[in-house]
Design a protein around this ligand. Structure first.
Ligand code: NAD
Length: 340
């Protein structure tokens, strides 16, 4: 299959090469997919993308006109893809349904521990040979209540680590959950009222956009720690900044940012104009920002590459990609029905 893969970072190449074993003819480019870069898809069968690529309707229209039949995203989240538009043009879609949830869970807890124990500040001081302890006071996680919203693969992995730290973990999921080890399921209202730390692990959907906003923040404990390694748009960032400034929110750990598209994954140090909301957050002493790196472990990146190549293999054999199918018109269901 002839493929172009967009937004490829240098470190991904060896993992993709290992997974591909020269089966597919893949052109790797660092440019993101957008209206200006669809031309690289000319003559290809499939396009491989990442979270910040533009896979909106106008881009899909251009890809369809170039004869693209398949789009595979190297991510679990699929909110960057207009699935209805792809269905309309007969383009099949696939994601990486689950890869190493521990990678994201461990980063989530790393944010929490680092925020609490002021590790970034301590390191900055140490670099100046300043070893005073003022401003480095934290709290014990042991005995604290952690509220996990979204009890899928990552939410459950996060719950397990916090349980290991001696926290009481409560959780909420929109889908009915079987009894979960280590997690007491509660209503959202109970979760907001009881949690010292709240961690978000739902996908971004129209229903979860700005899930955390001024009205919801009022329901939380004063000084709550918010963790978001899911999608930036789950949070109304301006509302959370106000809550940080008033002390309502005590800490914010974010690996994803509402306006990260065109910003994260690249060096913007010398930009004349910088995103002022993000600047305010970064300069806030109780905020830790990482650049959408929660997935970034060797194990996870190899699993992403393996599943992406597997998706291309299946399409080449005219088969459905199974659990990786994210088509709006679920071709998996259609194929199963035909097979039966
Ligand atoms: P998952 O599908 O296993 O779990 C998501 C859970 O959220 C499901 O149980 C679902 O029922 C629940 N949910 C959906 N809408 C909800 C709502 N309104 N309220 C409460 N619960 C709701 O997915 P996962 O593998 O755990 O991944 C979760 C998200 O993490 C992904 O969608 C993606 O956006 C994000 N992610 C981020 C990174 C990163 O590097 N920062 C990496 C991978 C995934």
């Amino acid at each position: 299959m002839k493929v172009v893969a967009y937004s490829i970072k240098s470190f991904e190449k060896e993992f993709l090469a290992k997974a591909n074993q020269k089966k597919h003819d893949i052109t790797l480019i660092s440019n993101p997919l957008g209206l200006e870069t669809t031309r690289y898809a000319e003559g290809k069968d499939a396009v491989v993308v990442f979270t910040n690529d533009d896979v909106s309707r106008p881009v899909i229209e251009q890809l369809a006109a170039l004869g693209i039949k398949f789009i595979a995203t190297r991510s679990t989240g699929t909110d960057h893809i207009d699935k209805q538009a792809a269905a309309q043009y007969g383009i099949k879609l696939a994601n990486v349904p689950h890869y190493s949830p521990q990678a994201i869970a461990e980063h989530t807890v790393a944010l929490a521990l680092s925020l609490n124990r002021r590790l970034a500040k301590a390191q900055e001081h140490a670099q100046h040979f300043d070893f005073r302890q003022e401003g480095l006071m934290g709290f014990n996680f042991y005995g604290k209540t952690v509220g996990v919203i979204g009890l899928g693969h990552i939410g459950q992995a996060v719950a397990n680590i916090f349980t290991g730290l001696g926290c009481l973990v409560i959780g909420y999921d929109i889908a009915p959950q079987p009894e979960l080890k280590n997690i007491t399921t509660v209503t959202l209202e109970e979760l907001y009222a009881q949690s010292d730390i709240i961690s978000l692990h739902t996908p971004l959907t129209p229903g979860t956009r700005h899930f955390i906003n001024a009205a919801i923040l009022k329901q939380m404990k004063d000084g709550v720690m918010l963790l978001n390694t899911s999608r930036g748009c789950l949070i109304n960032t301006a509302d959370v900044l106000k809550a940080l400034n008033s002390g309502k929110v005590g800490y914010l750990g974010m690996d994803v940012y509402e306006h990260e598209k065109g910003l994260f994954f690249e060096d913007h140090e010398h930009d004349a104009i910088k995103d002022s909301l993000l600047q305010d957050l970064i300069s806030h002493p109780d905020v830790l920002v990482t650049p959408h790196q929660a997935y970034l472990t060797r194990e996870a990146v190899q699993q992403i590459a393996d599943q992406t190549i597997k998706n291309l293999d299946m399409w080449q054999q005219s088969k459905c990609v199974g659990k990786a199918c994210i088509c709006a018109k679920n071709c998996r269901a259609i194929e199963t029905a035909i097979t039966i």
